[in-house]
Ligand binder design. Sequence first.
Ligand code: PEP
Ligand code: MG
Length: 326
Amino acid sequence: IQEQLQKLAHLPSQTEDGWQMNLAANISSVKELDLVIRNGASGVGLFRTEFLYMDRSTFPQEEEQFVVYREVAERLQGKPVVIRTLDIGGDKHLDYLALPEEENPSLGYRAIRVMLDRTDLFKTQLRAILRASHYGSVKIMYPMISSLEELHRANELLEEAKQELREAKVPFSEEVEVGIMIELPASVMISDLLAQEVDFFSIGTNDLVQYVLAVDRMNEQVAHLYDPYHPAVLRMLKMIVDNAKRFKTHVSVCGELAGDIRALPIWLSLGIKELSMSVQAILKVKNSLLQSKYSDTEGIWDELSKCMSSSAVIEVLGRYLETDLA
Ligand code: PEP
Ligand code: MG
C-alpha cells in the first residue's frame, strides 16, 4: 500500500471534480523535512518549536533558532512554513524554566501566557522567526490565544522585534503574515472579532476538543470521553469557519482530526481549503481526497448539524467517505 500511496505524492491535491485542498505537514524538527518533501506536502502548516527548547540545559539563543528556521524556510523552496511560537507548559515542560507545580496544568501557566510574561524569550524567538522570513515564505502563529488583549500584546511585542531588526539593519519580510491557533472555546466564540485582526486561523482540534468537552487529553481515565466527533465540536468548527468567511480570513486545520480520513467530508462541506497533519497521514488523506467529489458534499453539513451523537456523526460521514483503503 505504501508504494501505491507514494505514487500520489506528485499528483495535484484536489477532489475528483477539481476542488483544490492544500495538504500541509505538522513538524517538530528539521529531520522530518525529507519526508515532508517526499510526500509532496504543500508546505508546513504547523512547526512546533517546543522541541528546539527541550532536552537541553539553557534557552536557545536567537542565532541558533534563526539557523533552524532559515533551514526550514529554504528547504521548502517558497512553500510556506507556519512557525508557532513556544507552546510550553501543559504537557510540555522545560527543566531550566522553573514553572510552578499546578493542579490543572492545561488550565494554567502555558504557551502565550508564559511568553507575554517572559517578553525577553518571546522577542528573541520573534526576531529569529522574522529573520528567517527573508529566506522563504514564513508565517508566525501564536498558540492558546483567548482574548483580543493577548493578541494585541503579542503584536505589540512583534512590532518591537521588527523595529529592533530595522534599527540593526537586519533583513526580514515586512509582509510576514500573522495568525493564531483557534483552540480554546473562548477564541471560537469571539472568532468574528479575531478574524478581523489576523491573516489566518489554524484550528487546533487537539486542545479544542479537550477544552470544549472538559476532558484532559492526557488522562487515560477519561480517554473514552475525548471525542472529536461530538456535535459540540462540530458546531464550533462551523462557527469558526462562518466567522472567518465573513472577514475573508484564511482557515486551516492542524489538529489530529485533520489527518483522520473520516473527517474529510466535514472539511469539504465547510469549504476548508487547507489541512495540516502528521507527515505520515498526508498520502492517506490525499488518496481519499482524490476519490472524493466536492459536488457530493453539499448536503453533508445539513445532515451533520442534525446529529444528536457522535456515533450519528460518524455514521453520516461514513456514507460520504470515499476511499479504497480499509
Ligand atoms: C492542537 O492543539 O490541536 C495542536 C495542533 O497543537 P498541540 O497538539 O501542539 O497542542
Ligand atoms: Mg494545542
